[in-house]
Design a protein around this ligand. Structure first.
Ligand SMILES: Cc1ncc(COP(=O)(O)O)c(C=O)c1O
Length: 380
């Protein structure tokens, strides 16, 4: 097999002339901060996810932070999260003076294990934060039942999962609130960005206020021709409001989301077909309850050193990455919360073998064939 000339990276945002044009229009419009384009983006996400309230933000991290703040999580409280996730999930709990309680994950979906979540509940537990890893939904019904039995909030980290469905329903309206990320690598992107979506009007209003210093109205309501300079501050808020340029990009991305997800699913299926018979690999699955949006294609390389595998891919001009380093392996979480290597064996076993393969809408099926062939050569 000949080595391809150009490098194929892990991901490439699907940005076209439409986004560029829309941003240029915003730049010329004179309205740069939170405004009509953010509202349009929020409405399109509400329609897509069949939900009622949305707040556009600078990141999903900010969204998770202010949802917990809006729910009154603070010192003395515990929030249960999977150890197999991105660092922001644990840091935001610490920012509020609460304690993140890490839990191991399922070996097939990489998602938080419901039984282990149950075992981690104490009288200090206030919330559970399931993460829909790689775009595969968590099994929400048992999780919501557990939360109800113990009177806990459920905040879904759907950073990977816009367009994912659980039992036929879009991720968005299951728990108290759902948080999407529009970071550069995500299924739709605004470069940096995030959104909180909820069906709880009071929570939505509070999240909106906390996204801008606890002010009771946003800039558009203060500075537009219908605005009034006066405002009150009713809470201790933060500054996470999305600006109009990001709103413009997001609005255009939403017009393409069905295509993006369909393409991701086609490419993922192709990977799975081509790699199915290769010994020593475990491929991602799609459980009956899930419609997978394939933000990632997380391959498990069972019998070959993971780092060497990634280096070999590079030598074939193929990029790859690892999602995630389990949180309990980080020095900060070991020193502050006493976690140690060995605490969560499923997560560690997944981490030791996981390699995320390139997956983005601009890829072709020939690219997937090339990568699958390179993998076969490496493992021979
Ligand atoms: C599972 C998960 N949660 C939260 C985040 C944070 O998203 P953002 O970069 O938009 O803050 C990420 C980012 O990659 C993530 O992967």
């Amino acid at each position: 097999m000949d080595k391809r000339e150009s490098f194929i990276g892990l991901c490439k945002p699907g940005i076209g002339d439409e986004e560029a044009k829309s941003v240029a229009e915003v730049l010329k419009s004179g309205w740069l901060t939170t405004g009509p384009k953010v509202k349009e983006f929020e409405e399109s996400v509400n329609t897509f996810t069949n939900t009622n309230f949305a707040v556009g933000l600078t990141s999903a991290t900010g969204g998770l932070h202010i949802v917990l703040a809006a729910l009154g999580i603070g010192p003395g409280d515990e929030v249960i999260i999977p150890t197999y996730t991105f660092i922001s999930c644990a840091h935001i709990v610490n920012w509020l003076g609460a304690t993140p309680i890490l839990v191991d994950v399922e070996p097939d979906t990489f998602n938080i294990d419901v039984e282990k979540t149950k075992a981690a509940i104490t009288e200090k537990t206030k919330a559970i934060m399931p993460v829909h890893f790689a775009g595969h939904s968590c099994d929400m019904d048992p999780m919501l039942k557990l939360a109800k039995e113990h009177n806990l909030f459920v905040i879904e980290d759907a950073a990977h999962a816009i367009g994912t469905k659980y039992k036929g329903n879009m991720i968005g309206g299951h728990g108290n609130a759902v948080v999407f990320s529009f970071y550069a690598t995500k299924t739709i992107t605004t470069g940096e960005g995030g959104m909180v979506v909820t069906n709880d009007a009071a929570l939505g209003k509070k999240v909106k206020q906390l996204s801008y210093f606890g002010v009771d109205k946003d800039a558009f309501n203060r500075y537009s021709d219908k605005g009034n300079w006066f405002y009150d501050v009713t809470d201790m808020g933060y500054k996470y409001n999305m600006d109009n340029m990001h709103g413009a990009i997001g609005t255009e991305q939403m017009k393409k989301i069905d295509f993006f997800i369909e393409k991701r699913r086609t490419l993922a299926k192709k990977y799975s077909e081509l790699l199915a018979e290769v010994p020593g690999l475990t491929l991602p699955i799609e459980k009956d309850y899930c419609f997978h949006s394939y933000h990632l294609y997380p391959l498990l390389v069972d019998n070959f050193p993971r780092q060497k595998f990634i280096e070999k891919l590079h030598s074939w001009n193929i990029g790859a990455s690892v999602h995630f380093i389990p949180l309990h392996l980080f020095t900060y979480y070991q020193e502050k919360h006493g976690y140690k290597k060995g605490d969560f064996p499923v997560a560690e076993s997944l981490f030791n073998r996981e390699v995320s393969l390139p997956l983005f809408p601009d890829m072709t099926e020939e690219d997937v064939e090339y990568i699958a062939n390179a993998i076969k050569e490496i493992l021979q």
